[in-house]
Design a protein around this ligand. Structure first.
Ligand code: BV8
Ligand code: ZN
Length: 254
């Protein structure tokens, strides 16, 4: 669905960006939708008719680790086939040009990182690398000692930590779990100091992530929202651009 944006709204958003000293972007599942990664809202029923909220929880993992592991193994395989889209690429190029990090993502699909490495070529990707506040699906973490490891194909027995024998789980934050406090503090401090927060492809209902754009508002900055629908944050946005991230971001940031 390619909607032609009202010229004035896009222009207003471009002026806000041009005038902003510090910009931060909070992204959600919507920025990966055009890469073929189902959003949380659309993912219900995709895998054995479960809803993500039922599986991506610490309770489900403790109750039935095998089912949760099989869901993550399926998602890993799915995501490994997906490519960053024009929205990821426009964002990566934008932050590389500005030379200061600013991408905070709720997504665990690793597509921002791949877009950053592609955009940087032989140069340093640093400014375009995302702060992955909900972790990364392609990594494992030990539930006991926290040791991280590259993901391996799921075998008959559930993966164990080489260091301590504890149970390994995908290195993502499940519902009911605390986020990594350093990553969250970095994201919140970037947002609090930002003049502008781009809120891209998120329904803005999951906390504490959804509070990040509010830190920019409290710091006197503004919000530009990019979403195909209205969200909880639309009312607080200085400019709300209705459209697909892969179409809007190149026009907005190009
Ligand atoms: C925490 C990683 C403290 C895993 C994720 C009751 C019990 C326990 C907890 C709670 C509770 N009530 C509230 C809570 C807190 C809970 C929460 O916020 N729940 C919500 C549902 C109310 N939060 C937590 O549990 C967090 N931890 O609070 O710790 C604590 C500790 C113990 C007890 C209490 C509190 C942990 C949250 C992190 C969970 N992990 N992901 C994985 O991915 O497998 S969250 C996951 O869901 C995503 O990462 C993301 O954050 C969220 C989905 O949101 P979106 O990304 O926005 O995606 P969604 O599908 O919703 O929306 C897509 C949007 O894109 C839409 O707006 C759509 O219009 C738009 N769109 C679609 N296509 C496009 C587009 N836009 C642009 N272009 C397009 N093409
Ligand atoms: Zn361990």
């Amino acid at each position: 669905m390619e909607r032609i944006l009202p010229h004035s709204e896009l222009e207003r958003a471009r002026e806000l960006i041009a005038g902003a000293e510090r910009v931060v972007a909070l992204t959600g599942a919507g920025i990966s939708a055009e890469s073929g990664v189902p959003t949380f809202r659309d993912a219900g029923g995709l895998w054995r008719n479960y809803r993500p909220e039922e599986l991506a929880t610490i309770g489900a993992f403790e109750r039935d680790p095998r089912t949760v592991w099989e869901w993550y193994a399926w998602r890993r395989g799915f995501v490994a086939e997906c490519e960053p889209n024009d929205g990821h690429r426009a964002l990566a190029r934008f932050f590389l040009r500005r030379g200061r990090e600013g991408i905070v993502t709720q997504n665990v699909d690793g597509l921002h990182t791949r877009a950053a490495l592609d955009a940087a070529g032989d140069g340093p990707p640093g400014a375009a690398l995302p702060i992955e506040i909900h972790g990364a699906i392609a990594r494992d973490r030990c539930n006991r000692c926290g040791q991280r490891a590259e993901a391996e194909p799921l075998g008959d027995s559930l993966p164990r930590c080489e260091a301590c024998g504890g149970m390994r789980r995908p290195d993502v934050v499940l519902f009911g779990e605390m986020l990594d406090s350093d990553l969250l503090a970095r994201a919140q401090s970037l947002a609090a100091r930002a003049d502008l927060c781009l809120v891209i492809g998120t329904s803005a209902v999951v906390h504490p992530a959804a509070g990040i754009p509010l830190a920019t508002l409290q710091g006197g900055g503004g919000i530009v929202e990019v979403n195909t629908e209205r969200t909880e944050l639309t009312g607080a946005a200085t400019v709300a651009l209705r459209g697909e991230a892969g179409v809007v971001l190149p026009a907005l940031l190009g």
